[in-house]
Design a protein around this ligand. Structure first.
Ligand code: ATP
Ligand code: MG
Length: 372
């Protein structure tokens, strides 16, 4: 099988690593350069998108911010999975909110803001504090503003106005601020035959809007709640592939924060912690193969490596510790790799995380230092 992935970053790379044992070959379309590349080496394969579409058995995506014309071109071939509607819902918060409403699942109350008057009305209906998010183009906490008190409007309105002016399709979503107890996500896969598998929930810690620590979670009641929401959203979209749902846990009730129509950073722990990792299951789903077991093998945590291209060798000497590099050029704050750490039971995993925090500095790994 040959799969063309839209996007040539670490997610395409990890799909290629997971696909190799199944004889699934991955070619990746680098949306910024227009090149078709081998996603592990970055080597340009040297053919245009049209030919790559022709040669692929299946086309999928590693990110949701794909230009409409490219998505349309891929959809026309009849090979695109998940479908265009699902990918676009992940890349546009307005579509996403409408989808969540259709699927009858709970999310934070919101209003559309196109003008200063809309913002004043939104404050009356939603209340303060609120979070303002650009509908298009936001990721890793970018394109977001917090509004705590009405007198701060003058301060942020010029930025909101610039954002609205950036494109005719751009809009702002004003969202109720949720005082959550914790953030969790559910990663699952839906096959071409409609079968669904889901991984154990993941608890996520974000630092400055970016995911820093994910830990597999064992909570039966919350798991059942998340799985029924997953089913509702995946079936509403007639989804095929891996889908990630991010939630706020408020007193045991889950509110959907956002959906990601792809493999997800909070699912990287499945490489060491689950019977079949999310990358393999995504490929199985889009290629029409049976889905693999999502059974937890061992409690596992994932730590993102941001802006660094080396780690102490001592990490590799630790039992249950695995390092995954993405082969990218170092830039401040850039996702460069991740660490997966596993143990036979969760008490031992907490001890190993504490040991890891002694090897990794607080500045670069703030979430880890709660284990100090
Ligand atoms: P991602 O990298 O996951 O795509 P993103 O930039 O698209 O992130 P969100 O997931 O919507 O944006 O927001 C990033 C983080 O900001 C959330 O994980 C959460 O910690 C916080 N946040 C977002 N919306 C709210 C809200 N309504 N109330 C409280 N906190 C929020
Ligand atoms: Mg998010």
């Amino acid at each position: 099988m040959q799969v063309l992935v839209l996007g040539a970053g670490q997610l395409a790379r990890m799909m290629a690593l997971a696909g190799t044992p199944l004889n699934i070959e991955i070619h990746a379309f680098d949306v910024t350069t227009g090149n078709i590349v081998q996603p592990i080496t970055g080597q340009v394969i040297g053919q245009g998108l049209a030919l790559a579409i022709d040669q692929a058995d299946v086309i999928t995506a590693e990110f949701e911010h794909i230009p409409d014309d490219i998505l349309e071109q891929c959809a026309q071939s009849g090979k695109l999975l998940p479908n265009q509607t699902a990918i676009k819902a992940g890349g546009n918060r307005q579509r996403e909110k409408a989808l969540l409403k259709q699927a009858a699942v709970n999310s934070a109350q919101y209003a559309i803001v196109q003008s200063r008057d809309d913002l004043l009305t939104a404050i009356e209906t939603i209340g303060l504090p609120m979070v303002l998010k650009s509908a298009l183009g936001g990721y890793d906490g970018k394109g977001q503003w917090r509004l705590k008190q009405a007198q701060d409007i003058d301060h942020i309105w010029p930025e909101l106005q610039d954002c609205l002016a950036s494109s005719a399709q751009q809009t702002i979503i004003a969202e109720q601020f949720i005082a959550f107890d914790r953030e969790v996500s559910l990663i699952g896969a839906r096959g071409q035959d409609g079968s669904i598998v889901t991984y154990p929930l993941t608890e996520n810690v974000h630092t400055n809007g970016v995911l820093s620590l994910s830990t597999s979670l064992d909570d039966l009641a919350l798991q059942q709640q998340a799985e029924s929401i997953f089913r509702a959203v995946a079936e509403q979209l007639d989804y095929v592939g891996v889908l990630a749902l991010e939630f706020f846990d408020v007193n045991g009730q889950l509110l959907v924060n956002e959906i990601a129509p792809r493999v997800h950073n909070s699912g990287h722990w499945t490489q060491q912690g689950a019977e079949t990792c999310q990358f393999e299951n995504h490929l199985r789903a889009v290629c029409g193969l049976p889905l693999g077991s999502t059974q937890l093998i061992r409690p596992t945590a994932m730590i993102n490596v941001l802006g660094l291209d080396s780690l102490p060798d001592a990490l590799l000497a630790m039992e249950g510790c695995h390092v995954h590099w993405y082969g990218k050029q170092k830039r401040p704050g850039r996702k460069m790799g991740h660490i997966n750490i596993s143990a036979d039971y969760s008490g031992e995993l907490q001890r190993r995380l504490a040991r890891l925090s002694q090897l990794l500095d607080k500045e670069n790994f703030p979430a880890l230092h709660k284990y100090d």
